[in-house]
Design a protein around this ligand. Sequence first.
Ligand code: MLT
Length: 239
Amino acid sequence: MQKPNIEVCLSPLLFPLLDHRGKNVVVIDVLRATSTICNALENGAEAVIPVETLEECLAMEGENLLKAAERNGQKPEGFLHGNSPLEYSKELVAGKTIVLTTTNGTRCIKMSLGADKIVAGSFLNLDAIVDFIRQDKKDTILFCAGWKDQFNLEDTLFAGAVIDRLKLDFEYNNDAAFAARHLYVNSEENLMEVVKFSSHYQRLSKHGVTKDIEFCMSLNQTKILPILNQQQKLVPYTL
Ligand code: MLT
């Protein structure tokens, strides 16, 4: 029987070249959107609503909403909450719905509309993502958010980690997937050291955000699998 296939999309610019209909899409934004989404749901948030613009985020109305935004790695003026996963403690988010807009990650979630299932992947929920892909047995796109359409190291490292764990169950006959796996296999013993070479590490550490990065690079802090539901809200998916 033909094994399902995993493709890696290294930049949003390349996403239109891949036909995502009928496939699952794992949106990856390790630093920090999908890590924030995973941690907020782990800490009891009801849902995370991804939106593309600051204006849409501010205009959102509803009960128990927290409005959160990031642009260029920082919290924009007029927002109480940013995109640090460590900000979303149980005390802050339990029972709340977070409306989130970030530079890249939330845009990629919206770009993925039309896919069979859209889930958020990060090192924090690596095993949950691998188990989901394995059990769902569907062709899957690992969608790296990158940085403003540029390739980035951390999202590609995560894609490689997923492929390395699924290499016996899935085909991965595309160069980006092959490259992502080899990047990961040659980095897995010292992920934190490797990620220090990433442009976003440099950008964030200028704002003193290194604690976030250490947390975002820690594996399997949660079993939560954030999935986009019919109301375009990210909620925990039960396998
Ligand atoms: C992104 O959207 O690329 C990230 O969330 C940026 C960040 O949080 O620093």
